[in-house]
Ligand binder design. Sequence first.
Ligand code: ADP
Ligand code: MG
Length: 634
Amino acid sequence: MSTTIPQKFEFQTEIKQLLDIVIHSLYTEKEIFVRELVSNASDALEKLRNLQFTEKNIYDDNLALEINITSDEKSNIITIQDFGIGMTRDELVKNLGTIAHSGSKQFLKALGEGGQKSNNLIGQFGVGFYSAFMVTKSVKVYSHSWKKDEPGHVWSSEGSCSYEIEEVDGQRRGAKVIMELKDDCGEFAKDWRLKEILTRYSVFVGFPITLNGTKLTSVSALWLRKKNEIKEEEYTEFYKFQSHSAGAPRYRLHFSADAPLSINALLFVPQDNTEKLGFARLEPSVALYCHKVLIDAKPKDLLPEWLRFAKGVVDSEDTPLNISRETIQNKELVEKLNKVITKRFIKMLEEEASQRADAYNEFYKEFGIFLKEGAALDFTHKDQLVKLLRFESSLTEKGKTTSLADYVSNMKDEQKEIYYLVAPSRAAIESGPYLEGFQAHNFEVLFCYEPVDDYVFNHVHEFGGKKFLSADHADVKLDNALQQGDAISQSDIKVLAQWFKDTLGEQVAEVKPSDRLVGSPVLATNADKLTSPQMRRMMRAMKKDDTLETVKVNLEFNPRHAVVKKINALRQTDQSKAELVTEQLFDNSLIAAGLLENPTRMIGRLNKLLESVWMNTMIIRFPRPLATAFAGKT
Ligand code: ADP
Ligand code: MG
């Protein structure tokens, strides 16, 4: 029978442990207590709304389904009131004095395992109510159940070992939680502070919320609505709100799934890649919700790293597969969510790429770098991501791209590898010596403009059974049958190679006649297989001082080229001029490889060369006496 004398209860042992942790050490972001209590209020309202379909006899049935929050800065008190289902005396004991579900054990275990660092454990484990004790001296819960013949009660506690329950008259339906804040938590009674917290965590709650008499603007939880009932502007507004952006998104992916998990997701790709613009590395920003209540705004493992450019919301409800906030903590579950969402996202990109290639190219210009990162590092999705990569090539027009699938299907029968060249621009590749041999064979070469491309190909390794090979690599073997013109003799080639090596000394590892040069006299390839020219450029960009060892390259020369033939002749008649020209030729090859580290050394040499050219010209053109006069001075 009911009584008006307050009755004292001991908290269950686990609650005592929990309270001890909550009060003394746990949370850095104390503000989450607002989210937890609002989410309880919202749950209670939701339950009432469901009851209204079946129950005729509901207490206070005319009350609006809403949440009212008031705060008083002077007395440091916050009140959160809802008109939901409320609690009977037994329910107060059961719900606020014990942890009934299995989550409690798991929760305490997780706390033991470094839970101190997580601000979300409490909500995830469904023990959110107790978060109130982080910030309060005392909590009172006035409640009247929806059941008409139950009396109202007040539950009160100071967060130590016990709580009291007393019967009270004149209660409205639902629950009213009155919190007296600790002295150092007064900020939470400030209107602006509460508003800030509510806007962050609770705007998607499906019931109106008023704060100190003012209604908060709510944003409808679009992701839970049917696609065909949502207007374009609503999506855009939501995107702007959620991603703090000014305009519309580039792509949108809205889907729900029931198996293997119950998921509602609304993801966006922004217009711009801010990382590319030089801003800091993006943080994951697809938020995780459970039943419209924010669990984690930046969940780390919800999506793979490379998808950090995506914005949006993933909501995983506890139907039908019983995913509750207790299990969000569960790694396995997050992994499953990750899998499902990533799969859908990639599928969307595949569709875009095949159906709207131009728009996809635009997307790719901004975000392709993330797909490359995924192709190199995300083992699970590597194969699909590689197919989404796009490159200009020696056979595309400037600005147009090809895919690896197209590349491979266009390969010549005698072509064994997928060739690529990395350089800052198309012009740089086209004017260099590396392309000509491939062009002579009509082999397509992918043009890559990002330093990371080399790294990506090294990691991806092959596509369609064909290995990637940088076209400036020493390993490249091209059939030289196509080359024209007379070469110097085999024995001269041998001697000249050795002479080049002696002349260039330390700077070259190996010198050999080339099978891939057509119109250029020489080219440099990287002697150090692990450090490609691109890699060196990146390393140099990262190091301020000159601590990188001098580059060592392999030099290939074209025995058919006029300059090479000339040097071969000159080394026997004018050794020092032959050396001068060779040094210059070598520097030219380094420039083409992007490896010339000290251009100033060229100045003196070029002056000398110019001088000798001029002399020769004068010897021919000037009247004899004058020419001999000049010639005599050289
Ligand atoms: P969870 O909400 O995850 O179940 P909480 O610790 O937040 O865990 O709340 C414990 C229980 O207390 C809830 O399941 C609910 O039954 C009850 N409860 C809390 N707040 C309210 C409320 N405002 N109205 C009705 N019941 C509530
Ligand atoms: Mg709760």
